[in-house]
Write a protein that binds this ligand. Structure first.
Ligand code: PXP
Length: 240
């Protein structure tokens, strides 16, 4: 059965809109967990645009399910991850002006740095996943670096406008899943997934973990976090 990690960055984004102390992502994480989320994901960005160091520290103390820290490979952030020891890190590319994570990590071009980060994380007992485009080269490089998992970028699927494009991107995800499994990697997926487009992706066998943020937090604003998480979990667990 596929698992749902809720990305709660946007809760912190609302807090930062007023540089206030609410809504607290730590409270949101509790609600997600009570509603059946299997994991909590946050992205500690170098610019601390939403999630900050205090959030990561408190989430490490309070999250009882899987705590997945999204991060770039910047030296400062790598040191924080070593100190905090989340259950898992997901390595992402990070650009200053982006609205959200754009594209996948260049595991081929950054193989040396990636291998070093994986080694350091494994020394602390932290699992490592890379957020990549569904492309065999980056899958093989992730395996070569010693990663435990890859998170396949579902953004192109989510943005596809026609049935033919949707099918093309689903096939790419299936092929990437096969390549990752053959390389001995666990396969996650995420980005741009919504209540409307999750079903076909959730039907892909052996995609075992989904990271979903925007659509869940957006729905939570209107129906409450627990209901929003339950509704997404129902779709992931019974997508047929
Ligand atoms: N996975 C990764 C690696 C991401 O960077 C993000 C966005 O923070 C997500 C999943 C979640 O994407 P969305 O907010 O579109 O659900």
């Amino acid at each position: 059965m596929a698992l749902l990690n809720v990305n709660i960055d946007h809760v912190a984004t609302i807090r930062q809109a007023r540089q206030a102390d609410e809504p607290d992502p730590v409270w949101a994480a509790v609600q997600c967990e009570l509603a059946g989320a299997n994991g909590i994901t946050v992205h500690l960005r170098k610019d601390r645009r939403h999630i900050n160091d205090r959030d990561v520290r408190l989430l490490k103390e309070t999250v009882a399910c899987k705590f997945n820290l999204e991060m770039g490979m910047d030296a400062e952030i790598v040191k924080i991850a070593e100190k905090i020891r989340p259950d898992q890190i997901t390595l992402v590319p990070e650009n200053r002006a982006e609205l959200t994570t754009e594209g996948g990590l260049d595991c081929v071009g950054q193989l040396k740095q990636l291998t070093e980060v994986v080694k350091r994380m494994h020394q602390k007992g932290i699992l490592v996943s890379t957020f990549i485009l569904p492309d065999e080269q980056h899958i093989l490089a992730s395996a070569e670096a010693g990663c435990d998992a890859v998170e396949l970028h579902t953004g192109s699927y989510a943005n596809a406008a026609t049935d033919a494009q949707i099918e093309k991107h689903l096939n790419e995800l299936r092929d990437a899943r096969d390549a990752a499994l053959t390389a001995g990697l666990v396969v996650h997926a995420g980005h741009g997934l919504t209540y409307r487009n999750i079903r076909p992706v959730a039907c892909i066998e052996k995609l075992c973990e989904f990271n979903i943020g925007h659509s869940i937090v957006a729905r939570a604003v209107l129906v409450g976090m627990q209901q929003a998480v339950q509704e997404m979990n129902n779709l992931i667990r019974e997508p047929f």
